[in-house]
Design a protein. Sequence first.
Length: 117
Amino acid sequence: MTVADLPKIMDNALNWDPKLEAYCVNLDVVEDVSIGVAVVRSVAALEDTPATSLEPLQESIDPDALNALCQTGENTTKCRVRFQYQGYSITVVENDEIRLSPSDDIDVSSISIQEDR
């Protein structure tokens, strides 16, 4: 996969879930990119705008910390991370899925981490 393929992949990976009232991205579909990049590309696809026109992700959350907390693999702890970015409530669920819900809440400091045991 190349960087040029990312917008097309993100468009195909985004699915609306009416029960959750959120767009969902299965991280298995975008496994070749970091979670931070997948978040930015997902929002860009939803807004139909280039990712470069969005505010940097680090304005809302530390991308390196997000990627470290939510890394995928057999020996990782399943967790849930929630934060605000570009008018969306973003939730990374059990290292498997990103959920994006339109949000009017502008509190970008709202981050919660829950370890699933």
